[in-house]
Design a protein around this ligand. Structure first.
Ligand code: SF4
Length: 251
């Protein structure tokens, strides 16, 4: 079964296509948890996880997850947005970790239809799961935003860094790029070495963005991450949706 958490039309807030109007399709489920990224009060419980925990925790948020029974259900969502848009926005496939569905026929059929209709499709992924490109060649037309997790995610290295997968996404996806979440502390301690090691041998673009799903947290980390980018020669990515809408979930 494949689960949809939400969809919306907004401005891409992160990475290479920051600022580009995009239709976001967010799927539920992730193979990581990233407890280092924050803690949230949910239904009277303190839960550790990332800023999209609603797309990760199937127990706490399952009532917000919708079962998708066909590719057409997904296509109809895009078509409904396109009724009021007279240009072709990007489509961003996000999660959770959408690549848990890479071989699902409903999911793959959706990617095929989007590509056939000329949409630029970006898949936001933690880069620990690669599609078998030979059997599913349309993934070669997809841009993978490879958000490889650093030690600050709180995930053990063996779970968050899978070199063979990174290699495949970087080399076989179309114009894939790296996107790392860096905080004030890791900017000074360890992130440079980690990123250099992960990206060794690749010429894909490298973006670093500050930790923070609210303005005050973003502001806390952003100057250190900007200085880090200047020092290391990486591209700074802000979180434009946080600047624009603060805690609201739209981007
Ligand atoms: S990999 Fe991404 S979606 Fe999954 S828990 Fe980590 S930050 Fe959240």
């Amino acid at each position: 079964m494949i689960y949809l958490v939400e969809h919306f039309f907004s401005i891409q807030g992160e990475g290479r296509y920051s600022g580009v109007p995009s239709i976001f399709i967010r799927f539920g489920g992730c193979n990581l948890r990233c407890p280092g990224f924050g803690s949230y009060e949910i239904a009277g419980k303190t839960v550790r996880g990332c800023d999209t925990i609603r797309a990760v925790d199937s127990g706490l948020f399952r009532e917000r997850w919708r079962e998708i029974a066909s590719t057409d259900m997904l296509i109809k969502i895009v078509e409904a947005y396109m009724e009021s848009i007279d240009y072709r926005p990007d489509v961003v496939i996000t999660g959770g970790e959408p690549m848990i569905y890479a071989e699902n026929p409903i999911f793959y059929g959706f990617i095929q239809r989007l590509a056939a209709e000329g949409f630029r499709v970006t898949v936001e992924t933690n880069a620990t799961l690669a599609p078998p490109f030979e059997a599913y060649p349309v993934y070669r037309e997809v841009i993978f935003a490879m958000a490889v997790k650093l030690a600050n995610s709180g995930e053990p290295e063996r779970r968050r860094i899978v070199p063979g997968v990174i290699r495949r996404l970087a080399k076989e996806g179309k114009d894939s790029f790296f996107k790392f979440t860096v905080d004030k502390r890791s900017a000074d301690e360890g992130a440079a070495e980690e990123i250099a090691e992960i990206c060794d041998g690749f010429d894909n673009e490298i973006y670093c963005m500050p930790l923070g799903d609210r303005l005050e947290t973003l502001q806390l980390h952003a100057p250190a991450v900007a200085a880090f980018c200047l020092r290391e020669g990486y591209r700074y990515s802000d979180r434009l949706h946080v600047r624009l809408w603060n805690r609201e979930e739209k981007r």
